[in-house]
Design a protein around this ligand. Structure first.
Ligand code: NDP
Ligand code: A1CAB
Length: 269
């Protein structure tokens, strides 16, 4: 069974729900997508722009779907699960993208035997470049994992991990785009300071980040080795590297990942 044979329902069409919907539709234009949310104008916009089925009634969306993606905030997930419990029948696969919330906490709120898969994607699903990690719940079958992996690989790359590493993934790739957007803005600011116009500065900064990322992924070389390839003796780059190191750039990014992971653990408590 392939993803395209499944009807997918989204509970919550906020930032991440919409990002997933757009990413999946871009690679599977024929797929049936259903979505519900409490905010009707957002649903109407999605219906108008993307032609997906929308409802303000979560149980209607679930009734029309084989796969149910939980895309509401972790803080309200328990209440949402209590309200939809009876519509999650045994034939449905539940996929949660909620940060921090363990599979066990979701299974506890649903009927015994419910098949749950937990995923941490990121906002780059919007442009089919998400980095996602997937783990199986107690009752998830091999086919459920295949469906989940097919879904998240269609909007970027997706790996399988043990659940205990989900908080680390949340700190790294779940939150990660938000660490890089200010980097792009700041790089552009530097060039604007030196006289470049804003639009060109942002384009060059973003393409620089994209190119560097692609080199890591496609050459398989260590990032340090790639950095050395740019850094000429007594050249321009090493002057910049020294100031970045003086600013504590490595500790800043390490601490960002660790802080986000810590918050993810708190959300699961
Ligand atoms: N944003 C991101 O980059 C990422 C988010 N996630 C996870 O995705 C989930 C969603 O996050 P995000 O999209 O940012 O949050 P948003 O607040 O943007 O989206 C959640 C949506 O759910 C709606 N909602 C609230 N109550 C209900 C309900 N009872 N039934 C249906 N919909 C409801 C909200 O409406 P209203 O605003 O009116 O309350 C909102 O539109 C979270 O669990 C988060 O941890 C995971 C990876 C990345
Ligand atoms: O900030 C958050 O809590 C969500 C989860 C990962 C990215 N955004």
């Amino acid at each position: 069974m392939h993803l395209t044979e499944k009807r997918i329902g989204f509970i919550g069409t906020g930032k991440m729900g919409e990002s997933l919907i757009r990413g999946i539709l871009a690679s599977h234009s024929e797929i049936t997508l259903n979505a519900s949310d409490v905010y009707k104008p957002a649903l109407e916009r999605l219906n108008n722009e993307l032609g997906i089925n929308v409802s303000t009634d979560n149980t209607e969306t679930i009734g029309d779907s084989d796969v149910v993606v939980l895309a509401v905030k972790p803080q309200i997930l328990k209440g949402v699960l209590a309200a939809i419990k009876d519509s999650i029948t045994a034939d449905k696969l539940v996929i949660s993208i909620a940060a921090g919330v363990p599979v066990a906490a979701i299974e506890d709120e649903l009927n015994e035997g419910t098949r749950v898969v937990r995923v941490m994607p990121n906002i780059a699903a919007t442009v089919a470049e998400a980095a996602s990690a997937v783990c199986a719940g107690t009752n998830a079958t091999d086919e459920d994992m295949e469906i989940a992996l097919e879904m998240f690989q269609s909007i970027g790359s997706a790996i399988t991990i043990p659940e205990k590493l989900m908080d680390a993934v949340t700190g790294l790739s779940g939150s990660g785009p938000a660490y890089i957007f200010p980097v792009i803005e700041a790089l552009a600011d530097g060039a604007v300071y030196e006289g470049l116009d804003r639009a060109n500065a942002i384009t060059l900064a973003a393409q620089t980040v994209l190119g560097a990322a692609k080199m890591v992924l496609e050459t398989g070389m260590h990032p340090g080795e790639l950095k050395d390839m740019v850094t000429s003796p007594a050249g321009t780059t090493i002057r910049a590297i020294r100031t970045l190191e003086e600013s504590g750039i490595r500790a800043a990014f390490m601490n960002a990942v660790i802080e986000s992971s810590t918050r993810s653990k708190e959300l699961g408590d």
